[in-house]
Design a protein around this ligand. Structure first.
Ligand SMILES: Cc1cc2nc3c(=O)[nH]c(=O)nc-3n(C[C@H](O)[C@H](O)[C@H](O)COP(=O)(O)OP(=O)(O)OC[C@H]3O[C@@H](n4cnc5c(N)ncnc54)[C@H](O)[C@@H]3O)c2cc1C
Length: 445
């Protein structure tokens, strides 16, 4: 029997897994899909917020601020790309200026540091492409951007290296309580643990019901358009938020691309459709904040589904049945909050530290980031580094083999780990080659 079973391999489940792996306990994580980072954790804005937005006194405010304060060190330990860029929240009229002042007060009350209101000239020095209508901005210098895929993969790899077992294609369908809690998957597999931690994201409400609790979840999809590499903005630029949320931003990614989004559209579970009017809507909204967006080529679109609790706040609590915990309704700023949520939850269990825990993990060595000298040295050692599979992003066969060794099981897994097929051609030239490598390497798994 396991001590802990985590349901769900998003940023929350893998953060909890990694945190539990510090301790002398036997942990398993069960995931419905064939990899981690397949749902909301892989389709968001990747912003590490500083905490001016959540309501003071909420769990969102608490974990947001705790989270951003540890984020740089956390990413360093796990070798995850992270950059403290700051964010700007832009106002275009007097009413929005007033809202920014209120957000500044709220941010200070929440414990966010360094916030200040900039006039148009000061804001333009940071972002020269601001639209003419922008009058002032709330500058949040402590915020940043992260590679969210790498964060989740790093948490998984580090947890796995420290002894946590991951079981994929395990769709939890039933639970029973007896000597421990037994979970049964849709195809009859069984896992028993003394304690179960529900981190099932959009299915969090369904899993809560299976475990004897009632936590309905409502959904809002966030649609994005992703653009080619271009220096349009240097930091995430948000409109003044309204009752629907933080609004449609223009934000850079760590790979030099930028995106416009997300929308906030009430919807049903599993809905990640992107309709044809949405692109025009995104362009219209972005033009209110930033010039020149429309002159850059759009590469693709993506959609993330927010799983919101009815209260609007995170649900982090014990269930009615002994040993059950729910960490659900984790909408934004869940990415920012994940390390802090996991640390505090696991600390509350009062466990004994393991002498074997290693906190460090290294990312896959990327040919694209190497000097010519280093590239040559790699190719001499392993000629698969000389076989370039994705030309747009310079990804070699050797890196793809390494990604499969670390858990990638399909093109999406390779794409998120290495950016292969994420470039200008969007996989037209390399998808079939990646599929062939996957087939070959997975034969013996
Ligand atoms: C549009 C959008 C923008 C966002 N932007 C930001 C941002 O900029 N900054 C920020 O801090 N946060 C942001 N967030 C929030 C953040 O992305 C989420 O809080 C976070 O990803 C939630 O992680 P999770 O692990 O709870 O859920 P998920 O990532 O959805 O993971 C849940 C996992 O559970 C698995 N699962 C479901 N059902 C079962 C089952 N029956 N059996 C086994 N496994 C199951 C799923 O397959 C999935 O892998 C954003 C979210 C969205 C949607």
């Amino acid at each position: 029997m396991y001590d802990y079973c985590i349901i769900g391999g998003g940023v929350i489940g893998t953060a909890v897994a990694r945190e539990l792996s510090r301790f002398d306990v036997k942990t398993v994580l069960v995931e419905a899909e064939n990899d981690v980072c397949v749902k909301a954790s892989g389709a968001n804005s990747a912003v590490i917020h500083s905490g001016y937005d959540p309501l003071t006194g909420s769990l969102k405010a608490k974990y947001n601020v705790q989270g951003y304060k540890v984020f740089a060190r956390y990413c360093e330990e796990l070798d995850v790309p992270y950059k403290k860029t700051g964010t700007l929240t832009l106002a275009t009229n007097e009413e929005e200026n007033r809202t920014l002042k209120n957000l500044l007060k709220r941010g200070k009350a929440n414990g966010a540091e360094g916030l200040k209101i900039l006039n148009r000239e000061q804001a333009l020095k940071l972002e020269p492409n601001l639209a003419d209508v922008v009058t002032s901005a709330l500058y949040s210098p402590e915020a940043g951007i992260v590679n969210p895929f790498e964060l989740v993969y790093a948490q998984r790899e580090n947890a796995e290296n420290n002894g946590v077992k991951f079981i994929f294609n395990f769709i939890v369908k039933k639970s029973s309580f007896g000597d421990g809690i037994t979970l049964t998957s849709s195809d009859g597999k069984i896992v028993t643990a003394r304690s179960v931690i529900n981190c099932a994201g959009e299915a969090g409400g369904d899993i809560a019901r299976l475990l004897g609790d009632f936590h309905p979840i409502k959904y809002a999809k966030g649609e994005y358009a992703l653009f080619d590499k271009a220096p349009v903005v240097s930091r995430p630029c948000f409109p003044t938020p309204d009752e629907k949320g933080k609004g449609i931003a223009v934000a850079p990614t760590l790979s030099g691309n930028f995106f416009v989004g997300p929308t906030s559209v009430k919807t049903e579970k599993c809905d990640t459709t992107f309709d044809k009017e949405t692109y025009q809507k995104l362009l219209r909204h972005s033009a209110k904040l930033i010039k020149n967006v429309g002159s850059v080529r759009m590469l693709t679109t993506y959609v993330g589904l927010r799983a919101n609790a009815m209260s609007g706040d995170f649900i982090i609590e014990k269930g009615r049945n002994n040993g059950v915990y729910h960490v659900i309704g984790i909408s934004s700023p869940g990415l920012t909050s994940a390390p802090a949520i996991a640390t505090e939850l696991v600390r509350s269990f009062g466990l004994r530290l393991s002498a074997k825990f290693t906190p460090k993990r290294s990312r896959i060595k990327r040919l694209a980031n190497c000097s010519t000298e280093d590239k040559n040295a790699l190719i001499i050692k392993n000629k698969a580094y000389g076989n370039i599979i994705c030309r747009c992003e310079c990804v070699s066969e050797a890196e793809i083999v390494e990604a499969i060794r670390r858990g990638a099981r399909d093109i999406a897994g390779i794409k998120k780990r290495l950016r292969a097929s994420m470039g200008k051609c969007q996989g037209c030239f390399c998808s079939h080659k990646i599929t062939a490598i996957l087939e070959r390497e997975m034969e013996d798994l």
